[in-house]
Design a protein around this ligand. Sequence first.
Ligand code: DGY
Length: 323
Amino acid sequence: MTLPKILITRPWPKGAQAYMQAKYDVTVNDSGVPLTHDQLIQAMSDYDCVCSSLGDQMDAAVFAVPNARARMIGHYGAGYENIDVAAAKAAGITVSNTPDVLTDATADIALMLMLMTSRRASEGERQLRAGQWKGWGTTALMGQSLEGKTLGLVGFGRIAQATAEKAARALGMKIAYYSRRQASADVEAALDAHYVPSLDGLAAVADVLSLHTPGGAETRHMVDARLLGLMKPTAILINTARGSVVKEDDLAEALKAGTIWAAGLDVYEHEPDVHPALLPLTNAVLLPHLGSATVETREAMGMRAATNVDLFFAGEPVRDRVA
Ligand code: DGY
């Protein structure tokens, strides 16, 4: 029996990759360079399944390949705005993602950014390393306490809810959220979460506004100068979702002008490029997309993608099917 041919577009952590290599005829792109759009198009003819990851441009052209061999995209990652799922569906190609397993790791990064921004951690560390620390001072590097402050969550999916739980328990924050659909009374009660029926309303009351929406056209530049202008001058913006949700020029302007107090970002619109206006700002904490970057989480993401691929080739319903 010939094994299904699978392309993994970027190396996976050891355990999950070894699992795939033991079961399938696997090719891994270990060149250190993401595959080009043309290579992805070619892969649809050469492989039975493509395991894509963040940033691979799986657009309509990829799914328009005539008589494509690939019938399955086992995406490594929770977000899949890089995949045109409508085009995949129309072409009869199954697509899966890897939700759940990165929820806690990503929520942890949201909390880390809240603490780093509110307590001016990067700014202080930079001063210290540059030999500019003058010693303990009664008014030096004063930040803001988070205890009793309102965390406003934009979107209320798994990662937002985990962030709410951790922020309430560990930091004593109050929870408010906006999402297109109000959560059930049970979920709200469990998290003591208060629904705000508009994004503008949430922006106005939040001390920390944390973004948890998917990327893509619908949420592009949802946080712009207008919305930032509704926020409190003491407010902090946190983004662990997708860079495209924030209009980065507007954010840089708002941080410079003191329209808001600080921002903690893990994601950027044009990764790995970071908007140059953000780089010199002392009130911006900038992390290199670390949301899911723990050994445990990245292995679990690989195994979750592998499970989806296994189910597909076993002819069974694919657990995390998104198309
Ligand atoms: C995802 O899975 O969507 C993450 O952003 C990758 O870390």
